[in-house]
Design a protein around this ligand. Structure first.
Ligand SMILES: Cc1cc2nc3c(=O)[nH]c(=O)nc-3n(C[C@H](O)[C@H](O)[C@H](O)COP(=O)(O)OP(=O)(O)OC[C@H]3O[C@@H](n4cnc5c(N)ncnc54)[C@H](O)[C@@H]3O)c2cc1C
Length: 232
């Protein structure tokens, strides 16, 4: 069987996480081509095609962006995946904790953040207290995993043994998403209100988006992120 895949290098995110582009279909030209079908036409020249991409995004004609599709392999903590999976306009397949034994990979942040009245503004915790509490978290992770293994050794099913594991456990999934929906994800998860951990992933995905669809990305920055208005 012929195997076809773009399989790009993976980018490490957080302590055990990763983002890897597995496959990609389309690009800026696919956006232009699908928009021009309205007039029975296709690609013309770079200047006009680029301008069309900018016009479409600035004026809310977003369906042509559905013809470019990214497939990613993502590894992130479960508490990040909970936020990620709220993005329904995408396809997901995730590793099963019922069929596989979970790896001892748990997210331990470099710096703990203090809770403020406004949820998205944080300071770093005092360095000594940070180290003390991180040690406690680490001990808690060890205890959780010891119990997980004991349950497995004593014959408890994987699907029940896993209930003692923390939300910081890493999970993995394949995520296939078109560029219209990807822009929605990046817009919502790259900005300051989103949690720091998912923002780290959104930054990497935004960079891959920029590399694969430079015109669309430039228009996205201008009209969606910066909020500029279209003017001829
Ligand atoms: C900073 C931040 C804080 C958040 N806090 C919370 C929280 O406290 N609690 C919580 O539950 N969620 C929270 N969310 C998740 C948020 O409500 C969305 O579920 C998530 O951002 C996905 O956005 P979306 O629906 O636009 O994306 P998608 O699900 O990918 O949908 C894409 C678009 O498709 C359309 N669409 C999809 N489904 C429907 C539908 N059923 N009906 C009509 N149109 C639809 C909409 O136009 C939507 O924008 C938070 C998100 C962010 C970024």
């Amino acid at each position: 069987m012929e195997r076809q895949s773009v399989e790009s290098a993976e980018t490490q995110v957080l302590d055990f996480g990763l983002v890897r582009l597995v496959d990609f279909m389309g690009g800026d030209a696919a956006v232009v081509q699908s928009a021009r079908v309205s007039f029975g036409k296709g690609i013309t020249d770079d200047e006009r095609d680029r301008k069309l991409v900018f016009f479409l995004l600035a004026n809310g004609h977003e369906t042509p962006f559905e013809h470019s599709v990214f497939k990613f392999h993502i590894k992130c903590p479960i508490f990040v995946a909970r936020q990620w999976f709220r993005h329904r306009m995408a396809s997901y397949n995730e590793i099963s904790g019922r069929y596989t034994e979970m790896k001892e990979e748990l997210c331990l942040p470099e710096r703990l953040r203090t809770q403020k009245a406004r949820n998205y503004q944080y300071d770093e915790l005092d360095a000594d207290l940070n180290d003390e509490l991180k040690q406690k978290i680490s001990d808690h992770y060890d205890a959780s995993f010891r119990l997980y293994r004991e349950l497995l050794e004593k014959g408890v099913a994987k699907e029940q043994s896993r209930i003692v594991l923390p939300l910081s456990l890493y999970t993995q999934f394949y995520w296939t998403i078109n560029s219209r929906s990807l822009m929605n994800f990046v817009k919502l998860r790259i900005e300051a209100h989103a949690q720091y951990e998912i923002r780290q992933y959104a930054e990497v995905i935004n960079e891959i988006f920029r590399e694969k669809m430079p015109w669309t990305h430039a228009a996205f920055q201008k009209y969606v992120i910066s909020g500029e208005k279209w003017c001829e």
